[in-house]
Design a protein around this ligand. Structure first.
Ligand code: PLP
Length: 392
């Protein structure tokens, strides 16, 4: 297998090595209040000799640009894809599946990206990682970094849910609280890396984040033994969405399937830049994000251009949901399946509930549940209070 980076804007091919983050030509045309220009995707040439079904772990590793021996021993990915019987009945969706990524070591899908970043760092003897985050990317990098023996420096908004901060501190990361938004934390982390060095893991900015997240798509394919018809995914910066497309495109290009699923980008009403851009008009000046779903709360979606291009190319849709719908979906998911997800993750179900009528009863549908509910107790408390009001 042969791997290289390709610019998602101009198509330039680049060697995969440290300090290659964005396309040098395109990134300079980026504007500070717009998504990043020159985001790099990973291209893999060749056909794996492992089967996607029988030796899934080997198959997935063959499609990743870092050799298996460099990955830390902590078990990331290979999360269950399961059949939620009550929810299937309730929605009359016979082939509904949950991809439970809350079961990753630090409780979110972000571990898939951190895992690849950590392996890359070990391969190139990089010891320091820097990351800005709404909370999960930071706690994830801290945890996976701990397993890999890396020093992790994180920048998170002081408003981030406490549990995510506590996780990062327990894992031994150096935590800087930023008095402002995630977007400010993003800037500060890049300034820090430029000044002090280390590898920056910021989402989309570091191409390995997009690549690492594609493993979720490869697993869904192996576990379902087919490409789903519909996938619902919560979207903030658009890197999970982009990573899912990357995985399905790999499968398509290597001839394992002739189908790319319809991916539904679910965003909170108070943080919906990608869905607004998809609906028309492109990316306008940033709107200050305001949603209870902190993990998908971003003013400027870093991977916005790529996400919108993919959604257009493969007939994906944008589904925008209110905080009330998100909290109701959180309770519905927990009480009907036993899976307690954080608000951002529950938004995937909120999106499905919103457009249920447009989906065939027999369609193979996957909900990507991205983060554990215990990561944000305050948000969940609000949902319970809301319900109390309704009962009173
Ligand atoms: C980061 C995150 C998302 C959104 O992913 P993007 O790549 O920013 O779109 C969704 N859910 C959870 C739990 C997350 O941590």
């Amino acid at each position: 297998m042969k791997f290289s980076y390709r610019c998602t804007d101009c198509g330039l091919s680049l060697e995969i090595k440290p300090n290659v983050q964005l396309c040098p030509a395109c990134s300079s045309s980026g504007q500070p209040d717009k998504p990043l220009k020159g985001v790099l995707e990973t291209v893999c040439e060749g056909t794996p000799d492992a089967s996607p079904f029988d030796e899934t772990v080997d198959f997935i590793h063959q499609l990743l640009p870092v050799e298996k021996k460099y990955f830390p021993s902590i078990p990331v990915g290979m999360t269950p894809l399961w059949e939620p019987e009550n929810l299937r009945k309730r929605l009359n969706l016979k082939n509904l599946f949950i991809k439970d990524d809350t079961l990753n070591p630090t409780g979110s899908l972000k571990d898939r990206a951190s895992f690849l970043v950590a392996a890359f760092a070990r391969k190139y003897k990089i010891t320091d990682i820097v990351v800005a985050s709404t909370g999960n990317a930071a706690s994830s990098m801290a945890g996976i970094g701990a397993a890999a023996g890396l020093n992790v420096k994180i920048f998170i908004p002081s408003s981030a849910p406490k549990a995510k901060m506590v996780q990062a501190l327990q894992y031994g990361a150096d935590v800087t609280l930023v008095d402002g938004t995630y977007d400010l934390a993003f800037e500060k982390s890049i300034e820090y890396t430029n000044k002090y060095g280390g590898m920056n893991r910021n989402t989309a900015y570091n191409p390995l984040t997009l690549e690492g997240k594609k493993t979720a798509a490869l697993e869904v394919f192996a576990q379902m033994r087919r490409v789903p018809d519909h996938v619902f995914v919560p979207v903030g910066d658009g890197v999970i969405l982009g990573g899912l497309y990357r995985g399905f495109i790999d499968l398509f290009e290597k001839g394992y399937t002739d189908k790319i699923p319809v991916i539904h980008s679910v965003q909170a009403e108070g943080s919906s830049a990608i869905n607004r851009a998809l609906a028309g008009g492109g990316f306008t000046a940033p709107v200050k994000s305001d949603t209870i779903a902190d993990s998908i709360s971003v003013d400027i979606p870093r991977n916005g251009y790529y996400a919108v291009n993919m959604l257009k190319k493969y007939s994906g849709t944008g589904v925008t949901v209110t905080d009330k719908e998100i909290l109701e979906a959180q309770k519905t998911l927990a009480s009907s399946t036993g899976l307690f997800a954080e608000p951002s993750s529950a938004s995937a179900l909120a999106g499905l509930l919103k457009i249920r009528d447009s989906i065939d009863d027999n369609a193979y549908t996957a909900l990507i549940v991205t983060g554990n509910g215990l990561k944000d107790i305050d948000g969940a408390m609000r949902a319970l209070k809301m319900e109390g009001e309704k009962l009173a």
